[in-house]
Design a protein around this ligand. Structure first.
Ligand SMILES: Cc1cc2nc3c(=O)[nH]c(=O)nc-3n(C[C@H](O)[C@H](O)[C@H](O)COP(=O)(O)OP(=O)(O)OC[C@H]3O[C@@H](n4cnc5c(N)ncnc54)[C@H](O)[C@@H]3O)c2cc1C
Length: 463
Protein backbone atom coordinates (compact mmCIF):
# COMPACT_ATOMS: atom_id res chain seq x y z
CA UNK A 1 0.00 0.00 0.00
CA UNK A 2 1.42 3.39 -0.99
CA UNK A 3 1.39 6.36 1.40
CA UNK A 4 -1.19 9.13 1.25
CA UNK A 5 1.47 11.56 0.09
CA UNK A 6 2.39 9.20 -2.77
CA UNK A 7 -1.29 9.11 -3.83
CA UNK A 8 -1.40 12.90 -3.66
CA UNK A 9 1.73 13.14 -5.80
CA UNK A 10 0.27 10.72 -8.39
CA UNK A 11 -2.88 12.82 -8.58
CA UNK A 12 -0.80 15.98 -9.05
CA UNK A 13 1.11 14.24 -11.82
CA UNK A 14 -2.16 13.41 -13.59
CA UNK A 15 -4.06 16.72 -13.38
CA UNK A 16 -1.52 19.32 -12.24
CA UNK A 17 -1.17 20.78 -8.75
CA UNK A 18 -3.82 23.47 -9.23
CA UNK A 19 -6.47 20.81 -9.58
CA UNK A 20 -5.77 18.58 -6.57
CA UNK A 21 -6.30 19.45 -2.95
CA UNK A 22 -5.91 17.69 0.37
CA UNK A 23 -6.43 20.94 2.27
CA UNK A 24 -8.94 21.39 5.10
CA UNK A 25 -10.90 24.13 3.28
CA UNK A 26 -11.71 21.93 0.29
CA UNK A 27 -12.27 18.88 2.47
CA UNK A 28 -14.80 20.85 4.52
CA UNK A 29 -16.62 22.16 1.45
CA UNK A 30 -16.79 18.81 -0.36
CA UNK A 31 -17.88 16.92 2.78
CA UNK A 32 -21.48 18.10 2.49
CA UNK A 33 -24.35 19.01 0.18
CA UNK A 34 -27.38 21.26 0.61
CA UNK A 35 -29.53 18.56 2.21
CA UNK A 36 -29.81 16.80 5.53
CA UNK A 37 -27.37 13.90 5.35
CA UNK A 38 -24.39 14.03 7.73
CA UNK A 39 -21.10 15.35 6.35
CA UNK A 40 -18.05 13.18 5.66
CA UNK A 41 -14.75 14.51 4.35
CA UNK A 42 -12.87 13.28 1.31
CA UNK A 43 -9.10 12.81 1.55
CA UNK A 44 -8.47 14.43 -1.83
CA UNK A 45 -10.45 16.66 -4.16
CA UNK A 46 -9.50 16.30 -7.83
CA UNK A 47 -10.74 18.19 -10.90
CA UNK A 48 -9.90 16.28 -14.09
CA UNK A 49 -10.07 17.85 -17.56
CA UNK A 50 -10.09 14.84 -19.89
CA UNK A 51 -11.34 11.27 -20.10
CA UNK A 52 -7.72 10.07 -20.03
CA UNK A 53 -7.14 11.92 -16.77
CA UNK A 54 -10.26 10.31 -15.30
CA UNK A 55 -8.94 6.97 -16.49
CA UNK A 56 -5.56 7.51 -14.77
CA UNK A 57 -7.26 8.54 -11.53
CA UNK A 58 -9.61 5.54 -11.59
CA UNK A 59 -6.72 3.14 -12.29
CA UNK A 60 -4.82 4.58 -9.33
CA UNK A 61 -7.91 4.34 -7.08
CA UNK A 62 -8.56 0.76 -8.16
CA UNK A 63 -4.93 -0.29 -7.67
CA UNK A 64 -4.71 1.29 -4.23
CA UNK A 65 -8.32 0.52 -3.27
CA UNK A 66 -9.14 4.17 -2.60
CA UNK A 67 -12.83 5.17 -2.80
CA UNK A 68 -13.78 7.54 -5.59
CA UNK A 69 -16.96 9.67 -5.77
CA UNK A 70 -17.96 11.59 -8.93
CA UNK A 71 -19.68 14.90 -8.29
CA UNK A 72 -21.66 17.26 -10.52
CA UNK A 73 -23.10 20.27 -8.68
CA UNK A 74 -24.12 18.28 -5.58
CA UNK A 75 -27.71 19.45 -5.99
CA UNK A 76 -29.44 16.09 -5.72
CA UNK A 77 -29.62 17.10 -2.01
CA UNK A 78 -29.75 13.51 -0.76
CA UNK A 79 -26.08 13.11 0.11
CA UNK A 80 -25.21 11.09 -2.99
CA UNK A 81 -21.94 13.00 -3.42
CA UNK A 82 -20.90 12.88 0.23
CA UNK A 83 -17.82 10.64 0.31
CA UNK A 84 -19.08 8.19 2.94
CA UNK A 85 -15.74 6.40 3.14
CA UNK A 86 -13.39 9.28 2.29
CA UNK A 87 -11.02 8.85 -0.66
CA UNK A 88 -11.06 10.88 -3.88
CA UNK A 89 -13.84 13.35 -4.61
CA UNK A 90 -13.87 13.78 -8.38
CA UNK A 91 -15.38 17.17 -9.20
CA UNK A 92 -16.40 16.99 -12.87
CA UNK A 93 -16.84 20.73 -13.43
CA UNK A 94 -13.80 21.18 -15.73
CA UNK A 95 -15.15 18.60 -18.17
CA UNK A 96 -17.70 21.05 -19.49
CA UNK A 97 -17.36 21.04 -23.28
CA UNK A 98 -20.23 20.66 -25.68
CA UNK A 99 -18.62 18.42 -28.28
CA UNK A 100 -21.14 18.01 -31.05
CA UNK A 101 -24.66 18.90 -32.07
CA UNK A 102 -26.19 16.82 -34.83
CA UNK A 103 -29.10 18.97 -36.01
CA UNK A 104 -30.58 16.38 -38.32
CA UNK A 105 -30.36 13.40 -35.96
CA UNK A 106 -31.28 15.80 -33.12
CA UNK A 107 -28.78 14.99 -30.42
CA UNK A 108 -25.94 16.68 -28.55
CA UNK A 109 -22.77 15.13 -27.14
CA UNK A 110 -21.52 16.77 -23.92
CA UNK A 111 -18.73 16.07 -21.47
CA UNK A 112 -19.41 14.61 -18.02
CA UNK A 113 -19.50 17.93 -16.15
CA UNK A 114 -21.45 20.13 -18.61
CA UNK A 115 -24.19 22.08 -16.86
CA UNK A 116 -27.82 22.44 -17.88
CA UNK A 117 -27.39 26.21 -17.90
CA UNK A 118 -24.44 26.05 -20.32
CA UNK A 119 -26.27 23.64 -22.63
CA UNK A 120 -29.40 25.77 -22.65
CA UNK A 121 -27.44 28.94 -23.52
CA UNK A 122 -25.42 27.15 -26.18
CA UNK A 123 -28.51 25.78 -27.91
CA UNK A 124 -30.32 29.12 -27.72
CA UNK A 125 -27.35 30.81 -29.36
CA UNK A 126 -26.26 28.24 -31.96
CA UNK A 127 -29.28 25.98 -32.54
CA UNK A 128 -32.38 27.99 -31.60
CA UNK A 129 -34.71 25.40 -33.17
CA UNK A 130 -33.57 22.74 -30.71
CA UNK A 131 -33.88 22.26 -26.96
CA UNK A 132 -33.35 19.68 -24.24
CA UNK A 133 -35.48 18.69 -21.26
CA UNK A 134 -34.42 21.23 -18.62
CA UNK A 135 -35.00 20.25 -14.97
CA UNK A 136 -35.97 22.91 -12.43
CA UNK A 137 -32.72 22.53 -10.52
CA UNK A 138 -30.41 25.56 -10.50
CA UNK A 139 -28.57 25.98 -13.85
CA UNK A 140 -25.24 24.71 -12.42
CA UNK A 141 -26.73 21.20 -12.10
CA UNK A 142 -25.00 18.87 -14.54
CA UNK A 143 -26.61 17.09 -17.46
CA UNK A 144 -24.88 13.78 -16.73
CA UNK A 145 -25.67 13.64 -13.00
CA UNK A 146 -29.30 14.44 -13.77
CA UNK A 147 -29.66 11.35 -15.94
CA UNK A 148 -27.58 9.29 -13.49
CA UNK A 149 -30.36 9.91 -10.95
CA UNK A 150 -33.15 9.49 -13.58
CA UNK A 151 -34.17 13.14 -13.37
CA UNK A 152 -37.16 14.70 -15.08
CA UNK A 153 -37.59 18.04 -16.78
CA UNK A 154 -39.68 20.27 -18.99
CA UNK A 155 -40.15 17.66 -21.71
CA UNK A 156 -40.85 14.70 -19.43
CA UNK A 157 -44.60 14.82 -19.86
CA UNK A 158 -44.07 14.11 -23.53
CA UNK A 159 -40.89 12.02 -23.56
CA UNK A 160 -40.50 10.36 -20.15
CA UNK A 161 -37.59 10.58 -17.72
CA UNK A 162 -34.62 12.66 -18.84
CA UNK A 163 -32.62 9.41 -18.79
CA UNK A 164 -35.01 8.03 -21.44
CA UNK A 165 -33.62 10.79 -23.68
CA UNK A 166 -30.00 9.60 -23.39
CA UNK A 167 -28.56 8.62 -26.77
CA UNK A 168 -25.13 7.25 -25.86
CA UNK A 169 -22.47 7.10 -23.15
CA UNK A 170 -18.73 7.03 -22.76
CA UNK A 171 -17.84 5.54 -19.38
CA UNK A 172 -14.63 4.95 -17.48
CA UNK A 173 -15.24 1.61 -15.78
CA UNK A 174 -14.09 1.10 -12.16
CA UNK A 175 -11.23 -1.03 -13.47
CA UNK A 176 -10.07 1.78 -15.78
CA UNK A 177 -11.25 0.73 -19.25
CA UNK A 178 -12.95 3.39 -21.39
CA UNK A 179 -16.16 1.95 -22.76
CA UNK A 180 -18.73 3.27 -25.24
CA UNK A 181 -22.40 2.39 -24.86
CA UNK A 182 -25.03 2.51 -27.60
CA UNK A 183 -24.79 3.35 -31.30
CA UNK A 184 -21.49 5.20 -30.60
CA UNK A 185 -19.90 1.80 -29.81
CA UNK A 186 -20.13 0.82 -33.48
CA UNK A 187 -20.69 4.09 -35.31
CA UNK A 188 -19.59 7.71 -35.23
CA UNK A 189 -23.24 8.66 -34.57
CA UNK A 190 -24.67 8.98 -31.05
CA UNK A 191 -28.37 8.46 -31.86
CA UNK A 192 -29.26 5.56 -29.55
CA UNK A 193 -28.17 4.43 -26.08
CA UNK A 194 -29.08 0.84 -26.84
CA UNK A 195 -31.51 -0.34 -29.47
CA UNK A 196 -30.98 -2.28 -31.67
CA UNK A 197 -28.07 -3.50 -29.50
CA UNK A 198 -28.41 -4.89 -25.96
CA UNK A 199 -29.11 -1.77 -23.88
CA UNK A 200 -26.11 -1.60 -21.53
CA UNK A 201 -26.88 1.97 -20.42
CA UNK A 202 -28.88 0.45 -17.56
CA UNK A 203 -25.59 -0.61 -16.00
CA UNK A 204 -24.84 3.06 -15.32
CA UNK A 205 -28.09 5.07 -15.25
CA UNK A 206 -29.71 5.00 -11.82
CA UNK A 207 -26.57 3.65 -10.11
CA UNK A 208 -25.44 6.95 -8.49
CA UNK A 209 -21.91 6.68 -9.86
CA UNK A 210 -21.30 3.28 -8.22
CA UNK A 211 -20.55 1.46 -11.49
CA UNK A 212 -18.45 3.91 -13.48
CA UNK A 213 -17.77 7.53 -14.36
CA UNK A 214 -19.59 8.92 -17.35
CA UNK A 215 -17.20 11.15 -19.27
CA UNK A 216 -19.36 11.81 -22.36
CA UNK A 217 -23.09 11.72 -22.90
CA UNK A 218 -25.31 11.83 -25.96
CA UNK A 219 -28.66 13.48 -25.29
CA UNK A 220 -31.68 13.74 -27.56
CA UNK A 221 -32.82 17.20 -28.58
CA UNK A 222 -36.35 18.22 -29.49
CA UNK A 223 -37.97 21.00 -31.51
CA UNK A 224 -37.88 24.37 -29.77
CA UNK A 225 -41.10 26.11 -30.71
CA UNK A 226 -41.02 29.87 -31.08
CA UNK A 227 -43.72 30.69 -28.52
CA UNK A 228 -44.45 29.24 -25.06
CA UNK A 229 -47.30 29.98 -22.72
CA UNK A 230 -48.66 28.70 -19.46
CA UNK A 231 -52.28 28.06 -18.51
CA UNK A 232 -53.08 28.07 -14.80
CA UNK A 233 -56.03 26.29 -13.17
CA UNK A 234 -57.14 26.10 -9.58
CA UNK A 235 -59.16 23.45 -7.76
CA UNK A 236 -59.88 22.57 -4.16
CA UNK A 237 -61.09 19.06 -5.09
CA UNK A 238 -57.95 17.01 -4.47
CA UNK A 239 -59.66 13.79 -5.61
CA UNK A 240 -60.12 15.26 -9.10
CA UNK A 241 -56.46 16.12 -9.65
CA UNK A 242 -55.41 12.73 -11.13
CA UNK A 243 -58.23 12.87 -13.67
CA UNK A 244 -57.40 16.48 -14.55
CA UNK A 245 -53.78 15.44 -15.14
CA UNK A 246 -54.92 12.57 -17.37
CA UNK A 247 -57.26 14.81 -19.36
CA UNK A 248 -54.45 17.32 -19.94
CA UNK A 249 -52.09 14.57 -21.00
CA UNK A 250 -54.72 13.02 -23.27
CA UNK A 251 -54.84 16.15 -25.42
CA UNK A 252 -51.20 15.49 -26.43
CA UNK A 253 -50.98 19.27 -26.64
CA UNK A 254 -49.18 20.12 -23.41
CA UNK A 255 -45.43 20.19 -22.96
CA UNK A 256 -45.31 20.02 -19.18
CA UNK A 257 -47.83 19.65 -16.36
CA UNK A 258 -47.01 20.53 -12.76
CA UNK A 259 -49.18 20.85 -9.66
CA UNK A 260 -48.25 22.98 -6.65
CA UNK A 261 -49.61 22.79 -3.14
CA UNK A 262 -48.54 24.69 -0.05
CA UNK A 263 -50.28 25.70 3.18
CA UNK A 264 -49.02 29.29 3.52
CA UNK A 265 -50.05 32.03 3.04
CA UNK A 266 -53.29 30.58 4.37
CA UNK A 267 -55.29 31.55 1.32
CA UNK A 268 -53.39 28.84 -0.61
CA UNK A 269 -54.15 26.02 1.79
CA UNK A 270 -56.28 23.27 0.36
CA UNK A 271 -55.97 24.51 -3.21
CA UNK A 272 -54.06 22.89 -6.04
CA UNK A 273 -52.40 25.03 -8.68
CA UNK A 274 -52.24 23.20 -11.96
CA UNK A 275 -49.83 24.56 -14.57
CA UNK A 276 -50.10 23.40 -18.18
CA UNK A 277 -47.43 24.63 -20.59
CA UNK A 278 -48.14 24.91 -24.29
CA UNK A 279 -45.89 25.84 -27.19
CA UNK A 280 -46.33 26.78 -30.84
CA UNK A 281 -44.57 28.20 -33.85
CA UNK A 282 -47.42 30.62 -34.48
CA UNK A 283 -50.21 32.33 -32.61
CA UNK A 284 -52.65 30.09 -34.45
CA UNK A 285 -50.93 26.90 -33.30
CA UNK A 286 -50.90 28.14 -29.72
CA UNK A 287 -54.54 29.15 -29.90
CA UNK A 288 -55.51 25.72 -31.21
CA UNK A 289 -53.69 24.01 -28.34
CA UNK A 290 -55.21 26.40 -25.82
CA UNK A 291 -58.66 25.51 -27.13
CA UNK A 292 -57.93 21.77 -26.93
CA UNK A 293 -56.91 22.16 -23.28
CA UNK A 294 -59.93 24.32 -22.58
CA UNK A 295 -62.28 21.77 -24.18
CA UNK A 296 -60.70 18.89 -22.26
CA UNK A 297 -61.40 20.60 -18.94
CA UNK A 298 -64.73 22.20 -19.85
CA UNK A 299 -66.81 19.76 -17.78
CA UNK A 300 -64.92 20.78 -14.65
CA UNK A 301 -65.44 24.47 -15.38
CA UNK A 302 -69.17 23.86 -15.76
CA UNK A 303 -69.41 21.96 -12.49
CA UNK A 304 -67.38 24.73 -10.80
CA UNK A 305 -64.80 22.20 -9.61
CA UNK A 306 -61.98 23.85 -11.51
CA UNK A 307 -61.36 27.43 -12.51
CA UNK A 308 -58.90 29.08 -14.88
CA UNK A 309 -56.76 31.84 -13.39
CA UNK A 310 -55.43 34.78 -15.32
CA UNK A 311 -51.65 34.99 -15.04
CA UNK A 312 -50.32 38.46 -14.30
CA UNK A 313 -47.04 39.52 -15.96
CA UNK A 314 -45.27 39.42 -12.56
CA UNK A 315 -46.45 35.88 -11.99
CA UNK A 316 -45.78 34.81 -15.55
CA UNK A 317 -42.07 35.65 -15.54
CA UNK A 318 -41.07 33.11 -12.85
CA UNK A 319 -43.56 30.55 -14.16
CA UNK A 320 -42.09 30.76 -17.64
CA UNK A 321 -38.43 30.75 -16.60
CA UNK A 322 -36.52 27.52 -17.19
CA UNK A 323 -35.42 26.43 -14.64
CA UNK A 324 -38.15 27.85 -12.47
CA UNK A 325 -36.69 30.70 -10.44
CA UNK A 326 -39.03 30.69 -7.47
CA UNK A 327 -39.25 27.02 -6.63
CA UNK A 328 -36.99 27.37 -3.57
CA UNK A 329 -38.35 30.61 -2.19
CA UNK A 330 -40.12 28.76 0.61
CA UNK A 331 -36.68 27.93 2.05
CA UNK A 332 -34.74 31.01 3.01
CA UNK A 333 -31.52 29.64 1.51
CA UNK A 334 -29.70 32.99 1.58
CA UNK A 335 -30.12 33.19 5.37
CA UNK A 336 -28.97 29.64 6.07
CA UNK A 337 -32.27 27.99 5.35
CA UNK A 338 -32.44 24.87 3.28
CA UNK A 339 -34.89 22.33 2.01
CA UNK A 340 -34.92 18.71 0.98
CA UNK A 341 -37.48 16.69 -0.81
CA UNK A 342 -38.36 13.06 -1.10
CA UNK A 343 -39.67 12.65 -4.63
CA UNK A 344 -41.25 9.25 -5.03
CA UNK A 345 -42.18 8.22 -8.53
CA UNK A 346 -45.67 6.87 -8.33
CA UNK A 347 -48.94 6.28 -10.20
CA UNK A 348 -50.87 9.54 -10.48
CA UNK A 349 -53.94 8.07 -8.75
CA UNK A 350 -51.98 8.41 -5.48
CA UNK A 351 -52.05 12.22 -5.55
CA UNK A 352 -54.87 12.66 -2.97
CA UNK A 353 -53.37 10.12 -0.52
CA UNK A 354 -49.93 11.73 -0.80
CA UNK A 355 -51.28 15.23 -0.22
CA UNK A 356 -53.09 14.01 2.90
CA UNK A 357 -49.90 12.40 4.19
CA UNK A 358 -47.85 15.52 3.44
CA UNK A 359 -50.17 17.67 5.51
CA UNK A 360 -50.32 15.14 8.38
CA UNK A 361 -46.56 14.70 8.55
CA UNK A 362 -45.87 18.45 8.40
CA UNK A 363 -48.17 18.93 11.41
CA UNK A 364 -46.72 15.96 13.30
CA UNK A 365 -43.12 17.18 12.98
CA UNK A 366 -43.93 20.88 12.97
CA UNK A 367 -42.20 21.59 9.66
CA UNK A 368 -43.22 23.70 6.68
CA UNK A 369 -43.93 22.11 3.32
CA UNK A 370 -44.33 23.01 -0.31
CA UNK A 371 -44.95 20.42 -2.96
CA UNK A 372 -44.59 20.42 -6.71
CA UNK A 373 -45.68 17.38 -8.67
CA UNK A 374 -44.61 16.72 -12.24
CA UNK A 375 -46.41 14.45 -14.67
CA UNK A 376 -44.02 12.00 -16.34
CA UNK A 377 -44.84 10.34 -19.63
CA UNK A 378 -48.37 10.39 -20.92
CA UNK A 379 -49.74 9.82 -17.44
CA UNK A 380 -47.53 6.79 -16.79
CA UNK A 381 -46.42 8.17 -13.45
CA UNK A 382 -45.64 11.36 -11.56
CA UNK A 383 -42.88 12.70 -9.34
CA UNK A 384 -44.59 13.83 -6.13
CA UNK A 385 -42.43 16.00 -3.91
CA UNK A 386 -42.68 15.79 -0.13
CA UNK A 387 -40.60 18.90 0.35
CA UNK A 388 -39.73 20.36 3.76
CA UNK A 389 -37.72 23.45 4.64
CA UNK A 390 -35.41 23.84 7.62
CA UNK A 391 -32.95 26.27 9.08
CA UNK A 392 -29.33 25.14 9.35
CA UNK A 393 -28.95 27.10 12.57
CA UNK A 394 -31.63 24.89 14.13
CA UNK A 395 -30.41 21.26 14.43
CA UNK A 396 -33.67 20.23 16.07
CA UNK A 397 -35.65 21.47 13.07
CA UNK A 398 -33.25 19.66 10.73
CA UNK A 399 -33.78 16.41 12.65
CA UNK A 400 -37.55 16.87 12.45
CA UNK A 401 -37.39 17.54 8.70
CA UNK A 402 -35.37 14.34 8.20
CA UNK A 403 -37.84 12.30 10.27
CA UNK A 404 -40.69 13.81 8.28
CA UNK A 405 -38.98 12.87 5.00
CA UNK A 406 -38.30 9.31 6.14
CA UNK A 407 -41.91 8.85 7.23
CA UNK A 408 -43.15 10.12 3.85
CA UNK A 409 -40.77 7.83 1.99
CA UNK A 410 -41.92 4.79 3.99
CA UNK A 411 -45.50 5.73 3.23
CA UNK A 412 -44.77 6.21 -0.48
CA UNK A 413 -43.17 2.76 -0.66
CA UNK A 414 -46.14 1.15 1.12
CA UNK A 415 -48.45 2.85 -1.38
CA UNK A 416 -46.58 1.32 -4.33
CA UNK A 417 -44.28 4.22 -5.18
CA UNK A 418 -40.56 3.94 -5.90
CA UNK A 419 -38.19 6.36 -4.16
CA UNK A 420 -36.29 8.76 -6.40
CA UNK A 421 -32.63 9.82 -5.86
CA UNK A 422 -32.83 7.85 -2.62
CA UNK A 423 -30.52 8.83 0.25
CA UNK A 424 -28.73 6.09 2.19
CA UNK A 425 -31.71 5.47 4.49
CA UNK A 426 -34.13 5.35 1.57
CA UNK A 427 -31.83 3.03 -0.39
CA UNK A 428 -32.04 0.61 2.57
CA UNK A 429 -35.85 0.90 2.55
CA UNK A 430 -35.92 0.17 -1.18
CA UNK A 431 -33.57 -2.80 -0.96
CA UNK A 432 -35.51 -4.25 2.00
CA UNK A 433 -38.63 -4.31 -0.18
CA UNK A 434 -37.00 -5.36 -3.44
CA UNK A 435 -37.46 -8.80 -4.99
CA UNK A 436 -34.49 -10.81 -3.58
CA UNK A 437 -33.54 -12.09 -7.03
CA UNK A 438 -33.39 -8.54 -8.38
CA UNK A 439 -31.22 -7.60 -5.41
CA UNK A 440 -28.93 -10.52 -6.02
CA UNK A 441 -28.62 -9.53 -9.70
CA UNK A 442 -27.67 -6.00 -8.65
CA UNK A 443 -25.01 -7.42 -6.32
CA UNK A 444 -23.54 -9.64 -9.05
CA UNK A 445 -23.42 -6.76 -11.54
CA UNK A 446 -21.78 -4.44 -9.03
CA UNK A 447 -19.14 -7.06 -8.13
CA UNK A 448 -18.45 -7.72 -11.78
CA UNK A 449 -17.99 -4.06 -12.65
CA UNK A 450 -16.35 -2.85 -9.45
CA UNK A 451 -14.53 -5.83 -7.89
CA UNK A 452 -12.74 -3.66 -5.32
CA UNK A 453 -15.86 -1.70 -4.31
CA UNK A 454 -14.18 1.68 -4.89
CA UNK A 455 -17.01 3.53 -6.64
CA UNK A 456 -19.12 5.80 -4.42
CA UNK A 457 -19.08 3.19 -1.63
CA UNK A 458 -21.98 3.16 0.81
CA UNK A 459 -24.48 3.71 -2.02
CA UNK A 460 -26.49 0.81 -3.45
CA UNK A 461 -24.52 -1.54 -1.18
CA UNK A 462 -26.31 -4.86 -1.33
CA UNK A 463 -25.41 -6.81 1.80
C1 LIG B 1 -34.39 23.85 -6.44
C2 LIG B 1 -34.18 22.50 -7.03
C3 LIG B 1 -35.04 22.06 -8.02
C4 LIG B 1 -34.84 20.81 -8.60
N1 LIG B 1 -35.66 20.44 -9.62
C5 LIG B 1 -35.41 19.28 -10.27
C6 LIG B 1 -36.18 18.91 -11.41
O1 LIG B 1 -37.10 19.61 -11.83
N2 LIG B 1 -35.88 17.74 -12.02
C7 LIG B 1 -34.86 16.95 -11.59
O2 LIG B 1 -34.61 15.91 -12.21
N3 LIG B 1 -34.12 17.27 -10.52
C8 LIG B 1 -34.36 18.40 -9.85
N4 LIG B 1 -33.59 18.72 -8.76
C9 LIG B 1 -32.61 17.74 -8.25
C10 LIG B 1 -31.17 17.88 -8.81
O3 LIG B 1 -30.69 19.17 -8.57
C11 LIG B 1 -31.04 17.63 -10.29
O4 LIG B 1 -31.50 16.35 -10.63
C12 LIG B 1 -29.61 17.83 -10.82
O5 LIG B 1 -29.61 17.71 -12.22
C13 LIG B 1 -28.59 16.90 -10.26
O6 LIG B 1 -27.36 17.25 -10.86
P1 LIG B 1 -26.08 17.54 -9.98
O7 LIG B 1 -24.98 17.90 -10.92
O8 LIG B 1 -26.34 18.50 -8.90
O9 LIG B 1 -25.87 16.07 -9.35
P2 LIG B 1 -24.99 15.59 -8.12
O10 LIG B 1 -25.78 15.76 -6.87
O11 LIG B 1 -23.64 16.21 -8.16
O12 LIG B 1 -24.83 14.03 -8.45
C14 LIG B 1 -25.92 13.15 -8.48
C15 LIG B 1 -25.40 11.70 -8.63
O13 LIG B 1 -24.74 11.56 -9.88
C16 LIG B 1 -23.42 11.00 -9.68
N5 LIG B 1 -22.57 11.57 -10.73
C17 LIG B 1 -22.25 12.86 -10.94
N6 LIG B 1 -21.49 12.99 -12.05
C18 LIG B 1 -21.30 11.74 -12.53
C19 LIG B 1 -20.60 11.22 -13.65
N7 LIG B 1 -19.96 12.02 -14.50
N8 LIG B 1 -20.62 9.88 -13.83
C20 LIG B 1 -21.27 9.05 -12.98
N9 LIG B 1 -21.96 9.50 -11.92
C21 LIG B 1 -21.98 10.83 -11.69
C22 LIG B 1 -23.04 11.43 -8.28
O14 LIG B 1 -22.05 10.58 -7.72
C23 LIG B 1 -24.37 11.31 -7.56
O15 LIG B 1 -24.59 9.98 -7.20
C24 LIG B 1 -33.78 19.97 -8.14
C25 LIG B 1 -32.94 20.40 -7.12
C26 LIG B 1 -33.12 21.67 -6.58
C27 LIG B 1 -32.15 22.10 -5.51
Amino acid sequence: MVTTSAIYESLVKTVGKNYVSNQKEEQYFYARDGGLMPAHEPDYVVLPRTTEEVQEIVKLANREKVPIVPKGAGLALTGLVIPQKGGILLDMKRMDRILEVNEKARYVVVEGGTTHGALKSYLQKHHPDLRHSIPDSPPVATVVANVVIHGQGRLSQQHGFNSDMVSGLEVVLPTGEICRIGSCSVSSYWFSKGPPLPDLSGLFLGWFGTTGIITKLGLKLYPCKKIRDVMLFLTDRVELVPDIMLKLSHTEMVEDVTISAQPLPLRYKGTFWIMAYITGDSGEELEFKRKMVWDALWGYFESRDLGPLSVSPDMKAPLMSMPSKDITRFADVAKGGGFQYAGPITPIEKFPAFIKKLDEVAKKYNVFYASTTRLIGAGHCMMFSFSFSFNRANPDEMARAKEALDECSKFALEEGGVLWKADLDEQKMLMAKMDPNTLSLMKKLKQLLDPNGIMNPGNWEVK
